[in-house]
Design a protein around this ligand. Structure first.
Ligand code: PA5
Length: 434
């Protein structure tokens, strides 16, 4: 079970404060599970964890095997909730440099269509030169501009390289089961398709083919991820403050009431960056509406202690932190001894890197708490595929409870449309002239 240590928030809130909101946390949890709140037609994610392999997951495995055997590179096209989950999963389990040295048998996984940068596009073209590749197009609506542009270009690349028939076999679409431009395109072109259920919003879709197909191509067993999510569904259903979901949701809500409007979600693992990005979208899009919401920011320590550290320590006191800790890996690295000791590091000789990391964590924690920053620590334990599934579900549940406590609909994102409308007008999209 994931543990949430709240002992370092007591300078800002008190136990009676927390107990006073118990009924609010309980009500928010109940609203979610009884599906009585706003956005309740988007609660399909609650039922995504499955203990038995479904026909869809079997097809995901088969497709992943095919891609692994015939492709050096797998390009995943998508943006927002149609992209962050799989990237977060792969980088957290395999590191940010997971693509180095990979090819057929264990393909590289690149992401496209998550921006409009020509430099990024040219870089992808260079990376694909001389490589066998397949693509997955992920879009629930099928009309999102960024992935649509990337889809056009990558389809043509595939067709020029392989001809129509083989290109068709190398193209996969993950989208709504019935409607939308991508569904229609996939059916007309004869691509293999996987489903984003209509009642699952993008940022809650990581346990569908959106997350599972790219994970499987990267060698992550979808059923192991599911096993963790299944366990989480049961573990975090407890209706009391023994439930870490309640602790996390209750404390962050109280801190917000005390003027802590920014949450820094951080870890001492570089592979965590994209996971932090996934969390940022989950909480940002779910809570940031009606003039309310905790601003979610992710950081990687110790690197960001050398950029954000000053602000955290002595800037405006409107921040709280959630530090995510993982158990150390089995293989360790040791600081060596140098007879000259010009760098003065011999006092650490023989110590493991993990020991040094642990002291950095403890030192940071003490400094930030002293500086008036409440800190929650999320102890995740061993990091593997199963734990990842647990973590995804734990955070989705925490987010739903948090947003209902805040009094907002966690499952819509009306504000995201504003930039699109302006962009469409500027681009001259038919229907957006005025
Ligand atoms: O969470 C969400 O719903 C959004 O981030 C969407 O996933 C994102 O805008 C992409 O939309 P679509 O999958 O329709 O292309």
């Amino acid at each position: 079970m994931i543990k949430v240590d709240i002992s370092n928030v007591w300078g800002e809130i008190s136990l009676p404060d927390l107990l006073a909101v118990e009924h609010e946390v309980a009500a928010a949890h109940q609203t979610l599970t009884e599906r009585t709140g706003p956005g309740n037609d988007f609660l399909g994610w609650l039922d995504l964890p499955v203990a038995e392999e479904t026909e869809e997951i079997a097809r995901i495995r088969a497709a992943a095997e095919r891609i692994r055997s015939n492709s050096d590179v797998f390009v995943v096209i998508g943006i927002g909730g149609s992209y962050l989950g799989p990237r977060a999963a792969i980088e957290l389990l395999q590191g940010c440099n997971h693509n180095i040295g990979k090819g057929k048998g264990d393909p590289q996984v690149f992401f496209a269509g998550n921006g409009l940068s020509t430099r990024a596009w040219n870089e992808l073209l260079r990376l694909l030169e001389g490589k066998d590749f397949s693509i997955a197009i992920i879009s629930k609506s099928g009309t999102t501009t960024e992935p649509a542009i990337a889809t056009r270009a990558l389809r043509w690349l595939l067709e020029r390289k392989y001809g129509t028939d083989e290109a068709r076999k190398r193209t996969y679409a993950i989208t709504d089961p019935c409607k939308g431009a991508l569904r229609q395109m996939a059916e007309e072109e004869g691509w293999e398709t996987f489903v984003i259920p209509p009642d699952v919003g993008g940022r809650y879709s990581v346990l569908t083919a959106v997350g599972l197909l790219p994970m499987a191509v990267a060698g992550i067993d979808p059923m192991e991820v599911m096993a963790g999510a299944v366990e989480a569904k049961q573990l975090y259903d407890v209706r009391s403050f023994e439930n870490p979901v309640w602790q996390y949701a209750g404390v962050r809500n109280l801190l917000y009431r005390k003027g802590k409007a920014i949450e820094l979600f951080e870890s001492f693992e570089p592979g965590f960056k994209m996971f932090g990005g996934w969390w940022q979208q989950l909480f940002g899009e779910s809570e940031g509406k009606d003039g309310k919401g905790i601003f979610p920011v992710t950081a990687e320590f110790t690197a960001d202690l050398h950029s954000l550290g000053q602000m955290i320590q002595q800037g405006e006191r409107n921040i709280f932190e959630t530090m995510v800790r993982f158990a150390p890996p089995a293989n360790f690295a040791v600081v060596g001894s140098d007879y000259k000791n010009l760098d003065g590091l011999n006092y650490l000789a023989g110590k493991t890197l993990d020991f040094v990391d642990e002291q950095a964590y403890l030192g940071t924690l003490a400094a930030h708490v002293d500086g008036g920053v409440p800190v929650m620590t999320m102890e995740v334990g061993e990091l593997d595929s199963k734990k990842l599934g647990e973590l995804f579900y734990f955070l989705e549940l925490s987010c739903g409870v948090s947003a209902y406590m805040l009094g907002v609909n966690p499952f819509n994102q009306p504000g995201v449309e504003f930039y699109k409308r302006n962009m469409f007008k500027l681009l001259g999209k038919p229907g957006y002239e005025s």
